[in-house]
Design a protein around this ligand. Structure first.
Ligand SMILES: Cc1ncc(C[n+]2csc(CCOP(=O)(O)OP(=O)(O)O)c2C)c(N)n1
Length: 670
């Protein structure tokens, strides 16, 4: 460690301070205190190539404490990722490359979007699982494999207070994820004041209890101790590592340093000048980066290029030695599926049964054929139909296993599959009951923000669950999920729709998909002229018609067969009804207006929607004459059929709603 290294650390500290001072808002304190850790990682310990942020041989860096974005941005500038001093000046400005919290896909070198505390820790665990799994698939035996990489995650008190980090850390311990290094910024401060107000447990002891390799560094300015601990953490390959580092937030600011006042906001001109004076810098100069310091830090580019070259050679040698794995390697590197992948989809036309079983059949086939598709459940694998006899669990000893057992940890499960997707190449899935999707919503939302190709299979998708009662009966979840931008909610009506939906999901990876699947048997909708693949991909389609229709019945999932029955009853009374199956509103809305008008003719204003959940979002199709058949309160305990009847999800209710809608529409007809 040279004098220039120390100067570079202080320059990074002061840059964070200057940005917040100039902007009038932002978070400098933690970026200042962790500057030594970041410098060691970006200059010495991490494998990365600033000239190629997507390099496959790189380590991953996740800033779980996303508010400290300046910690990352200063390193991305100093090491040569393409950020400029001007980008730093524009931190938090509209349209800047340096938004308030790091955003994946927006700034080169940002591996995930962070800000909601705790998510980064859990997603980093998912990245570590993906690294480990990829290595197990491609190069399990070599001690010094090109596929051996590390995930470095920096977290604060807030991250470790959040439950999702505890869920993931517990699982990471069980799985022995040696690829994961968690640097804990133990500064005893959060927004409301000292952590003694609300966070007094012995964190290292907790992590030891999880089975982690735990080290503490008493002084975050002690570069020797930091380096030794971080290197030991990296070299521990059988257990995840926690490095708890004691720091002083905002140090060396004499007034705000070490207090909650250093968390956010400008330090003020006097204190900013004092920090510079204490660090031996010109107190009147802002954004000052001495040329020798920048030359020194930009050596990271040469270091990265060397590592990259070495890795290319090692990877080339590995390829020569493993010709049989070249295709999989290429597919994982490029995130593509083999051209004939769809042959793996089972033909499920004419199959009756619960859609959760159809989904299980699809996933069993896909996981058997495509190494890209792997996943599991939060301790409900037999209920969500993903307990496949031939698949081995992913464990510490067998990381090539493809069945993921998350334990009862829905929130971490969703963050972990995001991490697996962020690794690239994989198409992970996660399953639980629809009612428990609320437990994982924040991670799903973040996955949607990052447009990650993750698929959730939520089973037990309505009050028809029955005997388990209202706690287990989803009511508002379907609309709640549809309310998250970028999430496609798919509720197939039968086995054929389920398989067809999966085809579209795998063909067009573009963001999270949430399947809602039934526990109870539904008939196969063998309607003449149906083309499940084509129809389902359009989100909504005419399933049965009596042209010209007087009323349109729009239904999803298990309620589609109810609508078909209602149509027959209405026909007996001389009322022409059309049934539209709408497995995915988001896909339907992407179709052009001409198609949507073909399915839902604007002049047919008598409309009924049928879905065993709240109607909220359906009003977009109902207009002033339409009427939903829906569930607007919590469910009831009892047999599913009885509960459905009590809640008004019946053929009779659909017929009655259709008649009322027709009357309304006739009354106001021109
Ligand atoms: C889920 C979530 N809740 C609340 C916040 C708001 N928030 C941002 S930072 C912070 C305090 C975090 O304290 P700590 O991790 O100790 O960070 P430090 O003050 O040391 O920078 C809070 C409550 C958030 N970003 N995410």
């Amino acid at each position: 460690m040279t004098d220039l290294d120390r100067k570079a650390i202080d320059v990074a500290r002061v840059l964070a301070l200057d940005v917040v001072e100039a902007k009038g808002n932002g978070h400098a304190g933690t970026a200042m205190a962790l500057a030594p850790v970041a410098h060691l990682l970006f200059q010495e310990l991490m494998r990365h190539d600033p000239a190629d942020p997507g390099w496959r041989g790189r380590d991953r860096f996740v800033l779980s404490a996303g508010h400290a974005s300046l910690l990352l941005y200063t390193q991305l500038y100093l090491t040569g990722y393409g950020l400029t001093l001007d980008d730093l000046r524009r931190t938090r400005a509209f349209g800047s490359r340096t938004p308030g919290h790091p955003e994946y896909g927006h700034t080169p070198g940002v591996e995930m979007t962070t800000g909601p505390l705790g998510q980064g820790v859990a997603t980093a665990a998912g990245m570590a699982m993906a690294l480990r799994h990829e290595r197990a698939l491609l190069d399990p035996d070599a001690p010094d494999s090109p596929f051996a990489r590390t995930v470095w995650c920096v977290a604060g008190d807030g991250d470790l207070q959040e439950g999702v980090s505890a869920e993931a850390s517990s699982l990471a311990g069980t799985l022995g994820l040696g690829e994961l290094v968690l640097v804990y910024d133990d500064n005893g401060i959060s927004i409301d004041g000292p952590t003694s107000l609300s966070f007094t447990e012995d964190v290292p002891a907790r992590y030891r209890a999880y089975g982690w390799h735990v080290q503490t560094v008493e002084d975050g300015e002690d570069l020797g101790a930091l380096r030794a601990a971080l290197a030991a953490a990296r070299d521990e390959r059988d257990r995840p590592s926690l490095v708890a580092v004691r720091t002083v937030i905002g140090a060396p600011a004499p007034g705000r340093g070490g207090t909650a006042a250093a968390h956010a906001g400008p330090f003020g001109a006097d204190e900013t000048a004092e920090v510079k004076r204490l660090l031996g810098m010109d107190p009147h100069a802002s954004f000052a980066v001495p040329e020798p310091v920048l030359d020194h830090t930009r050596a990271a580019l040469r270091r990265g290029a060397r590592m990259h070259d070495d890795w290319d050679k090692a990877h080339g040698a590995w390829r020569t030695a493993h010709p049989g794995l070249a295709d999989l390697d290429e597919r994982l590197a490029t995130g593509t599926l083999p051209p004939d992948w769809a042959a793996a989809l089972p033909g499920l036309g004419g199959t009756a049964g619960p859609t959760r079983a159809a989904n299980g059949a699809v996933l069993e086939a896909l996981t058997g054929r495509l190494p890209q598709v792997w996943g599991g459940s939060a301790d409900l694998s037999s209920s969500t139909n993903v307990a496949f006899p031939g698949r081995r669990p992913f464990t510490a000893d067998d990381p090539a296993g493809t069945s993921l057992h998350f334990g009862v940890r829905e929130h971490a499960m969703a963050a972990i599959v995001s991490g697996i997707a962020l690794h690239g190449g994989f198409r992970p899935f996660a399953t639980t009951y629809l009612a428990f999707s609320d437990y994982l919503r924040p991670a799903l939302r973040l996955g949607a923000l990052m447009r990650l190709p993750v698929t959730f299979a939520f089973t037990h998708d309505s009050v028809s669950v029955g005997e388990d009662g209202p706690t287990h009966q989803p009511v508002e979840q379907l609309q709640g999920l549809r309310g998250i931008p970028g999430v496609d909610v798919v509720r197939p009506a039968d086995a054929a729709e389920t398989a067809a939906a999966w085809r579209r999901v795998l063909e067009r990876a573009r963001g999270p998909v949430a399947f809602a699947l039934g526990r109870h048997s539904v008939p196969a909708l063998d309607v003449a002229g149906r083309d499940p693949d084509g129809d389902v991909a359009r989100g909504g389609y005419v399933l049965a018609d009596s042209p010209p229709p007087a009323v349109v019945l729009v239904a999803t999932g298990s309620e589609v067969s109810l609508a078909l029955e209602a149509r027959e009853r209405l026909a007996r009374d001389g009322i022409a009804a059309r049934v539209v199956s709408m497995p995915c509103v988001e896909w339907f809305e992407e179709e052009d207006e001409a198609y949507r008008d073909l399915v839902l003719p604007p002049d047919v204003t008598a409309r009924v929607t049928v879905e065993a959940g709240t109607a909220q979002g359906w009003w977009r199709y109902l207009g002033t004459h339409g009427e939903p058949v829906s569930v607007e309160g919590f469910g009831l305990s009892g047999p599913g059929d009885r509960v459905l009847a009590e809640m008004g999800i019946t053929v009779e209710a659909v017929v009655a709603a259709a008649r009322r809608s027709l009357e309304r529409s006739a009354r106001t007809a021109p």
